[in-house]
Design a protein around this ligand. Sequence first.
Ligand code: 5GP
Length: 206
Amino acid sequence: MLKRERGLLIVLSGPSGVGKGTVRKALFEQDDVHFEYSISMTTRKPREGEVDGVDYFFKSKEEFEQLIKEEKLLEWAEYVGNYYGTPIEYVEKTLNEGKDVFLEIEVQGALQVKKSFPEGLFIFLVPPSLDELKNRIVTRGTESEGLIQNRMNVAKEEIEMMHAYDYVVVNDQVDLACERIKAIVTAEHCRRERVEKQYKKLLEAE
Ligand code: 5GP
């Protein structure tokens, strides 16, 4: 069996409220999922039940801006008044250990990752319909009216960004979305471009 040299960077993105967080949590509860989740940093306040260092690393605005300045983030974005970003060190270290890293981030951040990691696997999660999307944003119940409208507007613009992705997964049912993501990752590992380099090295070493 060939040893995997560098892990795959898997980026799950999609419009606000599409259920990225729910799909990600469901994925990581499955025994046959071996991706490493990259915990993001954010300046937003923890929601009830969220734990620092598990759901996010919760930071002050000043701390976050310092991390940007020191170039410690692979990507970052300002989203509905708060900063969100991916710590670069964890991603690099884990990929170099040959493990797959999974990011669940909004679309501006995903576009930045694509610039520095064009070889990444970019998956766009979409709602079955826009009505469904609004339903999910409203029934989440943690947001005010103004914020709901704001998130809907952002979401519509975000759907137009589908063209930047490799795969589109419809989130009609969480378990089905998870199955699709796992199938995509499996296929991606078999992609000729990804394995060919290693075979070449093996042959050269003969
Ligand atoms: P929430 O506040 O609901 O946890 O997340 C809001 C949005 O920020 C979601 O779309 C989520 O995917 C995104 N997000 C979470 N972490 C990051 C990150 O590290 N970078 C970026 N760009 N977006 C993130």
